[in-house]
Design a protein around this ligand. Sequence first.
Ligand code: AMP
Length: 414
Amino acid sequence: MTVSSFAELGLTERLLRALKDARYDTPTPIQQRAIPLLLDGMDLLGIAQTGTGKTAAFTLPLLQNLEEDNIAASPRSPRALILAPTRELALQISGSIETYGRHMRMHHTVVMGGVGQRPQIEALRRGVDILVATPGRLLDLVNQRHADLSDCEYLIIDEADRMLDMGFIRDVRKIVAKLPDERQTLLFSATMPAEVAKLAGDILYEPERVEIAAKTVAVEAIEQHVHHLAKTAKRDHLSKLLEAPDLEKVIVFTRTKRGADQVVKRLARDGVSAEAMHGNKSQNARQRALENFRNGRSRVLVATDIAARGIDVDDISHVINFELPHEPESYVHRIGRTARAGAAGIAISFCDASERPQLRSIERLIKRSLDVVGEAPVGTVASAAKKDKDTAHRPASGARKRRRRPRRLEQRAA
Ligand code: AMP
């Protein structure tokens, strides 16, 4: 099915106006598939990474469903909950609600760690329709009775695999147990490790499954190069690359926080404006770094995988992997920062001798070999794309069907 406009998906005029303001004219594949299902009240298992337009895919129908329900939010009792693993992602989702809901009267707030809880408690007390939250702080507030989830009929869990990586799955389960059984539940994840599949099986009711393969994002739109070099030569090489003005807006990924700081220091010495973004920085410092990067004040953002997760900055010209990640899926997440929503982008990976096995796993996952730039030792980067054993994208086996009847379907049938 190809749908060429948002109007065909059944969205209301107010949302269409907001989309026009944001200059979106064509729904992305995940939006085309998910929006009609969600307007019909179905549960959804979305396998998609950042950059596919998934935030709009869940926010637009949520806004419309809440508006149709036409129920005023009571103090401390949000009507919808969106759980995100990081503060950055939570703030970004909140920004999307702001953008798409600008012609509606929908109250929302963000509850997250790292900042004072007083203003969050106040906002909850005034009543919110949509609550965006990171799991730890939300549980704190629920336990202190500042938030009550028993009226929450919509639940969206974003980046469930990252929740797992960060050790939040138990908190997520505790939170879900506080919601009513009758609700619409959505779970998004870029990959499907067994524990996430199990969570999905436990909390989704006869979900529709929409999978937007990460591979297509990576393979189709992004030029991907690998530079083979010694570990000790990486910093020099980075500074040299950044002499080229066409590297306009660049994210550099390092594996460690310390590595990120060292790269920033070196770039500063070479006169390149760069900022680091990682978990050791305060929430304010991270926001500032992101804002400086977004508005072009700094040309380079140096980030670790976790901190960069969900960063939503348009027009990133290049992604540079200063070190290759241990998990090949992270490579796909990283390079997905460029070439967002169809624009062209370039990814450059530095690979030293110790990283060759990681390079091979990446090439296996994306089923293509990266273009080698400079001299490569013969025989070291041949693509090993034979049998793809990528179980991560297989359907969740044994997913149990439970809970919540599709309320909206019944209403419509009535
Ligand atoms: P997400 O995958 O939700 O992080 O979204 C990726 C980026 O694509 C964000 O910068 C959105 O603003 C943008 N985007 C989402 N949907 C569309 C669309 N239909 N047309 C153009 N840009 C979009």
